[in-house]
Design a protein around this ligand. Structure first.
Ligand SMILES: Cc1cc2nc3c(=O)[nH]c(=O)nc-3n(C[C@H](O)[C@H](O)[C@H](O)COP(=O)(O)OP(=O)(O)OC[C@H]3O[C@@H](n4cnc5c(N)ncnc54)[C@H](O)[C@@H]3O)c2cc1C
Length: 572
């Protein structure tokens, strides 16, 4: 389609943005017999989705049920009521919960977008009523990128910090086997096979083709779109809508250096990934001081929200931090650039790590969810400088569990000290001096925490008390899998900052993802999903897959709604 673009096209549905939301919308539209065009601003599909962990939160999904995990929409509804409150977004939540399992079954039945149950993967407020420990999260089945041939290069790769040997993806299940490769013959054979496959891959491709997590989700969506020959325009940026608050009739799209007009018979779906790299929106929606780091795809400039607003669209939710957050450390890369490493699950909950602010005080249960960890940073920062906060540990911890980009089992942390990634010291006093933290208080904090390690009870923050804490801790460590001693030098410290992995403020919609104007009325023919849509969770983070689950479900609902509307006069 790219060679000879008609100066004026007419389609049923125009989808803007080829992340998980837009690709799902395009795929469903094609399956439902609509004439669809997917426009992607960059040269690659995937957006932030391709760098994500790829988990979807779908309460009551049939994949988990088949694996023996019991869950229901009613239970999840109770949980969301407790977490978010009964009044906020309720109709959208009901629609999400009712459609979720159906949408996943639909994709599984008709496309190569296939999922596996995660099994145990606790909700992030696992002590609230209705929260689940297992059965709500699903992940895409790993994908063989070779099936895409030369199109494999069209998939946005994960961030370099998530790959080893310069291009090999490693899943959570691979890590213990790779680390223990010399401890058992089966681990050795497993690791050798992975490595051999990677070496062969590199003869023909720029990175490993055994892809997983968010990259597999995108690979599977793209493969399915290609199989159905859905037209995708690359370097195609939606810049404006045609029509008015009474109805959208088309859009303007800049393709390379050319502007084209695409008329629509049923509507436009905005899925441009939200506003994460738009400074104005960050300033307007996020807390002060405005966080500077984002893990979102750099092409996400808030285009969807901006062009929706030009047509009178409203944004929501009114009260939230407007982001879904993780603490990140800043990684100096060999080429001089800097990467961001998200401290999601690997290190914070392990026994022997403390998080402190500049006064040397703990301010949070270190094992809480990444989102709640950052909310605690924001709160602590209001009274004591806590951005950055410091993750501190001793040498035994670093060797056993790793820290950030330093993987477990790493034997020589020196290069990370030399690059400035971590600070190292022989005494607590010296460490405090190196990171600018109150030394006397830091000593007191560590002594108190060491007592908690003996008793197994964190009297200050309850670390290790929830299923989520213990899930990410070390099950072999007693008496508390999340609390261990900080005792033997050398000692290490790593700065962490807040960064958004997704944004929660977006265009206000109804339960069919139809965009609402500031008068609360639907703007006919305009839909938003993914991060362009105001989060159905209203800025809360219930569990693993909080953004991808709704992105896929509301993409489906938007298309089904558009399909049900009469093909209007709009485009023709
Ligand atoms: C490290 C990390 C891990 C994560 N893990 C998870 C997880 O496990 N589960 C979960 O639920 N969420 C996770 N997330 C968040 C999740 O990736 C995002 O919420 C999700 O990708 C948003 O999907 P989207 O389709 O809205 O946007 P994106 O995936 O960002 O895609 C947007 C696309 O739109 C394109 N675009 C932008 N502007 C235009 C325009 N004007 N015209 C046309 N195209 C445009 C972009 O180039 C991009 O390709 C994670 C994020 C990160 C960073």
């Amino acid at each position: 389609m790219s060679a000879d673009i008609d100066a004026a096209l007419a389609v049923d549905l125009l989808i803007a943005g080829a992340g998980p939301a837009g690709m799902t919308a395009a795929l469903v539209a094609s399956l439902e017999g609509l004439d669809v065009l997917l426009c992607e601003k960059s040269e690659q599909v995937g957006g932030t989705g391709s760098t994500s962990a790829g988990t979807l939160w779908i309460p009551g999904n049939s994949q988990s049920r088949a694996a023996g995990f019991d869950d229901s929409a009613e239970q999840a509804d109770r949980y969301l009521d407790a977490l978010i409150g009964g009044g906020t977004n309720r109709s959208l939540r009901t629609a999400f919960l009712a459609s979720g399992p159906k949408v996943i079954d639909y994709l599984s039945a008709h496309t190569d977008v296939q999922f596996l149950p995660c099994g145990k993967h606790p909700d992030y407020r696992s002590n609230m009523p209705g929260a689940a420990v297992s059965g709500r999260a699903i992940v895409p089945v790993p994908f063989d990128g070779r099936l895409l041939g030369t199109d494999f290069a069209r998939i946005r790769p994960p961030v370099p910090e998530f790959m080893v040997f310069g291009g090999m993806m490693v899943g959570k299940a691979d890590i213990p086997r790779l680390i223990g490769r010399f401890h058992s013959m089966s681990n050795f054979i497993y690791s050798a096979k992975l490595f051999a496959r990677y070496l062969v891959d590199r003869l023909g491709y720029r990175r490993g083709t055994r892809i997983m997590m968010g990259n597999a989700l995108i690979g599977r969506l793209f493969f399915s779109l290609r199989k159905r020959k859905v037209p995708i325009l690359f370097s195609a940026r939606i810049t404006n809508l045609m029509g008015d608050a009474h109805g959208v009739t088309g859009a303007r799209v800049t393709v390379g250096t050319r502007e084209i007009v695409v008329k629509v018979r049923k509507g436009v779906v905005l899925a441009t990934g939200g506003y994460a790299h738009n400074k104005g929106f960050r300033g307007a929606f996020m807390p002060q001081p405005v966080p500077v780091h984002s893990m979102s795809c750099e092409d996400n400039l808030g285009d969807g929200i901006e062009i929706g607003q030009r047509l009178g669209a409203a944004t929501a939710p009114a009260q939230s931090t407007s982001g879904l957050w993780t603490p990140v450390s800043i990684v100096p890369r060999p080429d001089g650039s800097k990467g961001l490493f998200p401290h999601l699950v690997l290190d914070r909950a392990k026994p022997g790590l403390l998080a402190v602010n500049s006064a040397g005080h703990r301010f949070v249960n270190e094992a809480t969810s990444y989102h709640d960890f950052v909310l605690a940073m924001f709160e602590s920062h209001q009274t004591t400088p806590s951005i950055p906060a410091w993750l501190i540990c001793d040498a035994a911890f670093l060797g056993k569990y790793g820290l950030g980009v330093i993987y477990p089992g790493h034997r020589n942390p020196r290069k990370f000290v030399d690059s400035g990634y971590i600070a190292r010291a022989q005494t607590v006093h010296e460490l405090a001096g190196k990171i600018g933290v109150d030394a006397t208080q830091l000593r007191k904090t560590i002594d108190r925490h060491n007592k908690f390690a003996e008793t197994g009870t964190d009297a200050d923050f309850g670390k290790g008390e929830t299923e989520l804490n213990r899930f990410n801790g070390d099950a072999d460590h007693a008496p508390n899998p999340c609390i261990g001693p900080f005792s033997k030098a050398p000692f290490y410290a790593l700065a962490v900052w807040p960064a958004d992995i997704a944004v929660s403020t977006g265009l206000a919609t109804d339960a069919d993802a139809r965009v609402l104007g500031s008068d609360g009325k639907v703007i006919p023919g305009l839909y938003a999903c993914g991060n362009d849509m105001a989060s159905v969770m209203a800025g809360s983070y219930p569990g693993p897959g909080t953004t991808l689950g709704p992105a896929v479900v509301f993409a489906y609902r938007a298309v089904m709604h558009a399909k049900s509307t009469a093909s209007s006069q709009k485009g023709d």
